[in-house]
Design a binder for this molecule. Structure first.
Ligand code: ADP
Ligand code: MG
Length: 224
């Protein structure tokens, strides 16, 4: 028990540190961003190329900080009785716009028999967004992302399938490690976040992937 308490306390300190470091780093970054815009206005044209590189890198640093914060804070979920379909329908326009820009399509197949669950809507939104974005990023400039729900031996199952290149078994074993990424602009924190969210919801994530065919991430909410 003492060990467990020490662990909980340590997480608390790490979470607090993450929050204050995040805050302290975000401010100077906002200043850099602002003055960069000003610089560009003062000398239009010649610096455009560098401007876009620096802005993109600033954005990337920002996503790392945001993902890291959600990961380190390890906050308690704020659960309420919500239907998964409600969250999916809320996210659909956003996902459609994203897919559209990439030349991809999205299919949503909802099984009307699934019951509502006691979940944290913000966290589940983040989970779906992370899995859907990964699927879209894997597919390149074509392909179909399928978001579906089903009953799996009485448990609610959410599945996100892509028609991307698939994931080798070797890579599958590393996917959930923090900072593991195969993307030049990736943070490698998305799936670690998903894992934490799943754990707080007594859900398990299962990967079904075939190289050259595509990948499905199943999130199975275990009945308690
Ligand atoms: P990031 O997206 O920033 O790289 P993630 O934790 O979300 O970080 O994903 C880690 C890695 O898992 C990705 O870099 C990619 O190699 C792999 N991956 C995740 N989802 C898929 C997918 N649907 N298809 C192929 N590879 C995937
Ligand atoms: Mg990701």
């Amino acid at each position: 028990l003492r060990n467990e308490l020490a662990h909980v306390e340590r997480l608390g300190v790490v979470g607090q540190m993450a929050a204050s470091i995040t805050h302290e780093v975000r401010n100077p970054m906002a200043v850099v961003r602002g003055f960069l815009q000003l610089l560009r206005e003062k000398s239009p044209g010649s610096l455009d190329h560098y401007y876009h590189i620096v802005m993109d890198e600033l954005d990337r640093a920002n996503s790392i900080i945001n993902d890291f914060l959600s990961l380190a804070q390890n906050h308690a979920s704020e659960k309420e009785e919500v239907h998964l379909h409600h969250i999916i329908k809320e996210l659909t326009p956003l996902l459609l716009a994203d897919a559209n820009m990439r030349g991809q399509t999205i299919e949503v197949k909802l099984n009307e028999d699934i019951p509502s669950k006691f979940i944290d809507p913000k966290e589940i939104k983040q989970l779906i967004l992370n899995l859907a974005r990964n699927g879209m990023e894997a597919m390149g400039n074509k392909g179909t992302l399928i978001i579906s729900t089903a009953l799996d031996e009485g448990n609610v199952r959410l599945s996100i399938s892509d028609s991307g290149p698939g994931i080798s078994l070797e890579t599958q074993n590393k996917l959930f490690e923090p900072f593991f990424t195969t993307k030049s602009e990736g943070t490698g924190l998305g799936l670690s976040l998903c894992q934490g969210i799943a754990e707080r919801h007594h859900a398990t994530i299962r990967i079904d992937s075939e190289e050259g065919i595509g990948t499905t991430f199943h999130v199975i909410f275990m009945n308690q």
